[in-house]
Design a protein around this ligand. Structure first.
Ligand code: BGC
Length: 333
């Protein structure tokens, strides 16, 4: 009788999922000192609670190190991989490794080439459409120049700008740069680049570069376009040191990400606008997808919620963030 009860209890618990083997997902973050990625790592860790065990490595911006980390995750028999490559051109190599084991691999933040994703039916990219973020930051600037004719300081109908780029070769750096100017042009402005340089996504480097731009061009600069918020904050640091944002000395600066310090700068009036790079939903979608695929399920509108484009891409939309939008939403993104 006792044995029958024990067996019944075991079957009951099993049906409740209490004995279901916990999934393990291996995660590599390209560089944990990156403001955006370190916050996405936290989003992944908190969303994984109760869903999967995560083993997370910091690849310290070194693709060879990440390749070794992936080997070690595979030795630990992880059920899926979520990878943020240091070099997105390494995706094909990493996909091959996952394919040999038959486990899903989800890339985040650094978009692999489509031909690499096509190598394997369980290879996906969860990210955001970089051109959209460029366009949205350009729209914020176009609205500003249309509603502030005095922002065209020399009144020549041309917006003289400087630009701080992200890391060369990163899709977000290339496409944000390319698309940020289009809305200004569609609004009827000519654009003239005074100077552009890479701040490698970093605040300090961007501050130094902005200092150089200011020495060369001073008040001829009419706006500052930055591929991310960290660099926008660095540019603002340099502008503040040069006397901007006190009295009537103003400079429109735009970034992308909507990080917490950027939202503060927005509230204080130094950052004109940013674009939400929705790391939280990217992290959640990447983990949901990893779990579904490692259980052998096919992601659908019902069990996953996002459409899958071209069989391999999940796009999480960007959203404009300005002070007006924030206050209309009661302060949060
Ligand atoms: C973010 C940057 C970040 C970069 C890292 C971009 O999507 O906007 O802030 O540094 O990804 O790869």
């Amino acid at each position: 009788m006792k044995r029958i009860l024990c067996l019944a209890l075991a079957l009951f618990l099993c049906a409740q999922g209490a004995f279901a083997a916990e999934l393990t997902v291996g995660v590599c973050i390209y560089d944990n000192t990156d403001a955006f990625m370190s916050s996405m790592r936290l989003d992944l860790e908190s969303y994984a609670q109760g869903k999967a065990k995560l083993i997370v490595y910091d690849s310290m911006n070194d693709q060879n190190l990440q390749n070794d980390q992936v080997d070690s995750l595979l030795r630990e028999n992880v059920d899926a991989l979520i990878l943020n490559p240091a070099d997105r051109m390494a995706a094909g190599y990493l996909i091959e490794k996952a394919k040999q084991r038959g486990i899903p691999v989800i890339f985040i933040n650094r978009e692999p080439m489509p031909e690499d994703l096509l190598l394997y039916e369980k290879a996906y990219y969860v990210g955001a459409d970089a051109s959209q973020s460029g366009r949205l930051s350009g729209e914020i600037l176009a609205d500003y120049f249309l509603s502030h004719p005095e922002a065209d300081k020399n009144g020549d109908g041309t917006v003289q700008y400087v630009l701080l780029r992200g890391e060369p070769g990163h899709q977000d750096a290339e496409l944000r740069t390319q698309y940020a100017l289009k809305p200004l042009q569609s609004a009827g402005f000519r654009v003239e680049k005074l100077q552009e340089d890479t701040g490698m996504w970093q605040r300090q480097l961007a501050q130094d570069k902005m200092g150089t731009f200011l020495s060369a061009w001073g008040d001829r600069i009419e706006c500052v376009i930055c591929n991310n918020d960290e660099m926008a904050l660095g540019a603002i640091d340099a502008l503040k040191a040069a006397g901007y944002f006190t009295g009537s000395a103003y400079m429109p600066v735009v970034g992308v990400d909507a990080t917490a310090p950027a939202l503060e700068a927005l509230q204080q009036g130094s950052l004109l606008g940013t674009v939400l790079n929705d790391g939280k939903n990217q992290a959640q979608a990447a983990l949901d997808l990893a779990i579904l695929l490692s259980r052998g399920e096919t992601p659908t509108a019902q069990n996953f919620g996002y459409p899958i484009t071209n069989g391999h891409f999940v796009w999480i939309p960007y959203r404009s963030v300005t002070r007006e939008i924030l206050s209309a939403q009661g302060g949060g993104t």
